[in-house]
Design a protein around this ligand. Sequence first.
Ligand code: MSP
Length: 635
Amino acid sequence: MTKGKETYYATTPIFYANAEPHIGHAYTTTLVDVATRFHRLKGDNTYFLTGTDEHGEKIQKAAEANNMSPQEYTDMIAGKFKSTWDSLDIRYDDFVRTTQERHKKVVREILQKVYDNGDIIFGEYGGLYCLGCERYYTDKELKDGKCPQHDTKPEYRSEENYFFRMEKYRPWLQDHIKQNPDFIRPERYANEALGILREPIGDLSISRPRNRVPWGIPLPWDENHVTYVWFDALINYYSALDSKNLIDEYWPHVNHFIAKDILKPHGIFWPTMLKSAGIDIYPHLNVHGYWLIDQGKMSKSKGNVINPLDLKDKYGVDAFRYYLLKDMHFGSDASFSEEGLAERINSDLANDFGNLLNRTLGMLGKYTEGKVPGITKIEEIDHDLISSFTKLPEIFTEYFDNLEFDKAISAVLEAIRKANKYIADTEPWVLAKDENKKARLETVLTNCVEALRCASILLEPVMPNKTRELRKQLGIKNIPFNLASAAEWDLVPVNTQTQKGEPLFPRIDLEALKEETVVKEVVLEHKPEVTIDDFAKLEFRVAEILSAEEHPKADKLLVLNVQLGPEKRTIVSGIKEWYKAKELAGKKVIIVANLKPVKLRGILSEGMIMAAEDEDGNLSISSLDRDIISGSEVR
Ligand code: MSP
């Protein structure tokens, strides 16, 4: 095990302040929380930074669409991120917002340095721009002419801007990546970055005309231009520390965590910016995959954007955190499903972990009046159990250092399963019948208590509440609680009074769950080409909305009563963010009328309303420009 106090500075991306947090954001942030909690357990000096990305055209437009000023709007969204992180027990040290003075000041200083270095030039540029990503795309990067992240056609733009001479640093960056295998990890993303660098990367447009995009940081040498949002945003990782005089302490130890969607800005723009500004390059960029739903991306129009708070409310914060960490292998995509989450809770947490605690406390209550009896008669089988636990901190640390969080957790679960098997093998209920075997019974029970104590330390970063509750039920207090003590045995004092409480992880009824999932619709992401026969299978019709009301169990859904010819139907639709229930009555809309009805959070939906979705996920329902009788077919 790595000994001694290290310094660990970890960051999440700063999330765009144009939408509420979803499970993708929650994943990276929980992951960084778990990583920093783990380092704290090791005794390291840690610092955790998160925040929101608040400038630029996209945010400006989102604010306008909500009839708010950009500042009011970003205040509101930043508040939602903060409260979500509080609810998920995320313990960050600092929350940076790019609209804060402390950040703007550093951005201007760094810009000035790069400018003074001769690395900024003025020129004209034309290219294909994706507003969702807030960046230009090269033809090669596009997929069938569309942005691979948003599946939308970028628009052609040409502007007079300032440019950062990024191309100049290409050979240096290639060498740096090749010589530092830990710089971008896992390796496949270092290879992806090298792939980008194989061809000229061009110079980076780093300004926008202020008359078109006023919402940004003016360039220090030309107030008619504001800083391009990525040049502004990336600097947060440095500005937040700088504003608290923490650069010397933490900057050399930064670990950036991002998903693969923003590899290019982090792997290419950011190091070249730092190099030009004369700042040391960050040591690690850790890149994870995407949580997919039904094999595709989450999107507002599909109604499958998952709010982490819904899951937390339904399953508890610790179980949700556990699932996120356990079911994604760092670097690869993972498939989110609520059934998967429930099954994970039942198998690992209720059956294995919770069960070990219940059985141990049950037996202590029955045989020793709930008191921890102490270890007196060790046998071979005990050594096996003890070493499975005491070697865990070392294994766990190795996996964490390799970013294999899922494997670290699996290693603990494996030991917990061994402990359950140990109970079955040692048969304490048989030992209890024989007064001569009292010492053996006591040893077995105490070993179970120790196993739980060690597991509770290792799982604390992932499940801080349940592990605390577990220690409370075991009566554990005032003994060392750190990674080193998880490698020791026999620390719980003899006669410690245990107290059986509520089960830590109640089992989820999987049958009942099928009716009540938080994930809503299943829509194909990879749209296959359709023939006219395929198209003919769908029945589009005109429906008149008679009335609408809010879904009693979902924040984002409306329940619509519609007239479809002679028939009345109920349709549950995810348009609440864009339409008030009372303004919908009387509207005639186009629906898909022959979809198989599905229950959406308890209410049967008998059709789907057609709506247009823009790049930012804003919806507009299609209405008809002439009055036409409801029930009419649309072809
Ligand atoms: N504002 C920029 C980042 C600037 S950092 C200097 C941005 N924001 S974002 O809101 O779009 O967040 C992107 C990040 O959110 C991803 O890199 C990842 O951390 C997280 N995720 C968003 N969707 C995700 C999934 N479906 N799955 C996993 N993580 C995802 O880009």
